[in-house]
Design a protein around this ligand. Structure first.
Ligand code: G1P
Ligand code: ZN
Length: 541
């Protein structure tokens, strides 16, 4: 075994986005692409010598090979120990938990989250810091800077490590510790929720369907829902992870989890349905004949948190990403707790959670989490809902009706225009930004603009400022429109249009109907059809 120093040169396009570096798999497989980025991570974090890292991924195509490269590069740069999930697998929340529990210095997560996998799909690499959360921008900027200066990388020349059996082995001076990917996470869930109440719920005949979408949560859901809590066999579907997610799109929303949606809207639907994404950090919640938007889910969890043992003392505060609906703001106001509005991406919640300023946080893109880890957590959200239902003993439909009656309903939808020409998408945003100051007071499609700004966030903990996080337009009626470009797409640009309107009387309308005036205003303000050349959105959630 020997350390090879390989000469290389910077490769363009290695700037981490909303959630790490995400590219088409075949881009990651180009010579030196992965190696350059990993060496740049080591540089950006001040080296790995003597450090302990956690490593795992969502099992997609190239996960196994990439994990071996990371191990060989960690060993070559002097890492002391790498804790790896068996088979190089770890859900994102399980990785976050392991980093925290084992007091590791950081971790590498191999995942492109909800993006499709396979040779024609996407791959990704994300670095998480010692708090278990995604590296903040101060760190990702250093990593990016290193990708632009790199001249060589170091890698061990050795055989692949055997990651199939639990236990320790060495690679040079570095210890590789293979751990069960599920066990520590399952223990954490048992310490948060009332597992006895959940067992009683399933024993009483409560029926559930969990769609793991052929992705990483299958083994976690089998172990927790079926084996531990006693949900009937078959509760978990698509529970065996595959490298291309069954050739599907592992994003838990009504579009990509349509078979689950269809079942939940059918006559004989189970009481409760849920799904998670490629790496297990997203969740979809759907009751019998009742879909719950992620924004509403966050509000419901906040309103009912004291029913869960870990949160029985109340919440320190809540946080949501800017485009997420303001439903949780109304709950926070009634609880008399802070509600923070952060830029899109989980990394912005870390400081607030670390400082004890908030307990729950969430995003409209099916992400919900708490201070138990520093990532969003799909199964955690599902167990939270089950814990609430076990205590309240009412259906999801009844729970939502009660919630809206108490707080009002923030009708919400996101319209995505995918793979748009990047120059056209940027021009649309620039044009709107240029006109922003003149908008307040004007009438658009029957709505009067009250406020318009380009969202900037001043982190209350470290004082850092993050600008250009999306254009926010508020109307006199309380309705809101947000436009921003995706930071996770891998082809062209994705324009996201977020639409919201508050209703305190008509609580059971179709969301697109309730939002029709805001949708018309978005078109009138931004000229989406003309500037993108698209007649309609590709995905409506
Ligand atoms: C998307 C979501 C965002 C989420 C991120 C990672 O980012 O919108 O809420 O944190 O994926 O899962 P975007 O593509 O919008 O930058
Ligand atoms: Zn994810």
């Amino acid at each position: 075994m020997s350390i090879h120093t390989v000469a290389t040169q910077p490769i363009a396009g290695q700037k981490p986005g909303t959630s790490g570096l995400r590219k088409q798999t075949r881009v990651f497989q180009q010579p030196h692409f992965l190696e350059n980025f990993i060496q740049s991570i080591w540089t950006g974090i001040g080296g790995v010598a003597g450090k302990t890292l956690v490593l795992g991924g969502d099992g997609r195509h190239f996960n196994a090979e990439a994990a071996q490269v990371v191990l060989r590069m960690a060993a070559a740069s002097g890492a002391a120990r790498v804790i790896v999930g068996r088979g190089a697998l770890l859900s994102t929340p399980a990785a976050s938990n392991l980093i925290r529990k084992r007091h590791a210095d950081g971790g590498i997560i191999l995942s492109a989250s909800h993006n499709p996998g396979g040779p024609e799909g996407d791959f990704g690499v994300k670095y998480n810091t010692a708090n278990g959360g995604p590296a903040p921008e101060s760190v990702t900027e250093k990593i990016f800077a290193a990708t632009k200066d790199i001249t060589e990388y170091r890698i061990f020349e050795t055989q692949n490590a055997d990651l199939s059996a639990l236990g320790e082995q060495t690679m040079g001076d570095m210890v590789i510790e293979v751990v069960d990917p599920v066990a520590d996470y399952a223990d954490l869930m048992a310490s948060i929720f009332d597992f006895d109440a959940l067992k009683a719920l399933f024993a009483s005949g409560f029926r559930m369907r969990f769609d793991a979408m052929h992705a990483i949560t299958g083994p976690y859901a089998h172990a927790i829902l079926e084996d531990t809590l006693g949900a009937e066999k078959g509760t978990v579907i698509n529970g065996i992870p595959s490298t291309d997610f069954g050739n599907g799109h592992p994003d838990p929303n009504p579009i990509w989890a349509k078979p689950l949606m269809d079942e939940m809207m059918s006559e004989g639907a189970p009481d409760f349905g849920a799904a998670s994404d490629g790496d297990g950090d997203r969740n979809m919640i759907v009751g019998k004949h009742q879909y719950v938007t992620p924004s509403d889910s966050l509000a419901v969890l906040a309103a009912n948190a004291t029913l869960v043992p870990a949160y029985s003392g109340g919440l320190k505060g809540v946080a949501r990403s800017m485009p997420t609906s303001q439903a949780v703001d109304r709950v926070a106001a009634s609880l008399g707790i802070d509600c923070f509005e952060t830029p899109t991406g989980w990394k912005f919640f870390g400081n607030l959670l670390d400082a004890g300023r908030c307990t729950l946080c969430g995003e409209e893109s099916a992400g919900t989490g708490s201070d138990h880890v520093r990532e969003k957590d799909g199964l955690w959200a599902v167990l939270f809902w089950l814990n609430i239902l076990a205590q309240k003993k009412i259906s999801v439909k009844e729970l939502m009706a009660q919630h809206w009656a108490e707080f009002g309903r923030n009708y919400y939808s996101r319209h995505d225009y995918e793979g748009v020409d990047a120059a056209a998408a940027n021009a649309l945003m620039d044009d709107l930004r240029a006109r922003m100051a003149t908008l307040p007071g004007t009438q658009v499609a029957g709505l009067t603009v009250k406020t318009a700004d380009d969202f900037a966030y001043d982190d209350p903990i470290d004082g850092s400022r993050t600008e250009h996080q999306g254009i926010r337009i508020g109307f006199e009626t309380g309705a809101r429109l947000v436009l921003r470009l995706s930071g996770t797409g891998t082809v062209g640009a994705t324009l996201r249009v977020y639409l919201e309107t508050l209703e305190t009387e008509n609580l059971h309308m179709d969301a697109q109907e309730a939002l029709a005036p805001v949708i018309a205003a978005a078109e009138a303000l931004a000229g989406i059809r003309e500037k993108t050349g698209r007649a309609e959105p590709d995905v409506i959630t």
